[in-house]
Ligand binder design. Structure first.
Ligand code: HPA
Length: 275
């Protein structure tokens, strides 16, 4: 994709003199944190050139600049998904904008199905690694402004940011596991046979986002953390069928703890920045 991130960056810079270095992408269930943000500027994605539109229930599309627990943050509330029909280059364009803007660290959040039997709905997991099972890679295509195609993914998820997540969860009273997230293209949920296969491949949780964003963020040199809210047992691991309504209901039910976890994370992040 040839779109430059610069026009969107200019709009974000003009919106407020605040210059956050931390960005959060809010997936299903993490939007409650917006109640705690002292908002300096709020821009719908439709006002940011190159940003994809987001249409799925539970994913509005707004870029918010403000302070969370007194810490400057840039929040992308809502994301576009591959399953909506967008190319991955478009899905991940906002990440290029964050990098050009000057963001250094990025926390990607999402809702996921629990494959690991130790994970229960309402628990959280920090991503230790991922498996890209989407059948597509966001870096495919022409080279973007001199950035290498051949990005090293030996350590996608930053260990220092992972420590902040652990400490943040503990003081929020949230159960935080660690595990491997497997990304599928969706939009159908998986079959029980697929989930059994994914378990054998080493996946602990399954979802339809985050991995493309993490790959592009690493290409841009951002430090990345990944946080999933387990909204359901993966297909075949509970007696009932999966539904988007169930996923949204559980993500809403976890909203308060998610909010506290993110607030604590921002506080810990800012503390080390100033140390
Ligand atoms: N599968 C895929 N994506 C999901 C799930 C799931 O079970 N739960 C939330 N997002």
């Amino acid at each position: 994709m040839k779109t430059s991130p610069k026009p969107a960056v200019q709009i974000l810079r003009r919106a407020t003199p605040l210059r956050p270095r931390l960005a959060l992408v809010l997936g299903s269930g993490f939007n409650a944190v917006l109640d705690r943000v002292e908002i300096a500027a709020c821009l719908p994605y439709s006002k940011l050139p190159g940003f994809p539109s987001t249409r799925v229930t539970g994913h509005d599309g707004r870029a918010i600049l403000g302070k969370l627990a007194g810490v400057p943050v840039l929040i992308l509330s809502g994301r576009a998904h591959y399953y909506e029909g967008h190319e991955l280059a478009r899905v991940t364009f906002p990440i290029r904008v964050l990098a050009e803007y000057g963001i250094e660290s990025l926390l990607l959040t999402n809702a996921a199905g629990g494959i690991n039997r130790k994970f229960h709905p309402g628990d959280f997991i920090r991503l230790t690694d991922h498996i890209n099972f989407m059948g597509a890679n966001p870096l495919r295509g022409p080279i973007v402004e001199g950035r290498s195609h051949f990005v090293d993914l030996t350590q996608v998820y930053d260990p220092a940011l992972a420590t902040f997540l652990q400490r943040a969860a503990k003081s929020a009273g949230a159960k935080l596991h660690a595990g491997v997230y497997l990304a599928v293209s969706g939009p159908s949920y998986e079959t029980p046979a697929e989930i059994r296969a994914f378990a054998r491949l080493g996946a602990d949780a399954v979802g339809m986002s985050t991995v493309p964003e993490a790959i592009v963020a690493r290409q841009c040199g951002l430090r990345v953390a990944g946080l999933s809210c387990i909204t359901n047992a993966a297909a075949g691991q509970s007696p009932h069928a999966l539904s988007h309504a169930e996923v949204l209901a559980m993500s809403r039910a976890s909203g308060q703890r998610a909010m506290q976890l993110l607030e604590n994370f921002a506080t810990l992040y800012a503390k080390t920045e100033t140390d």
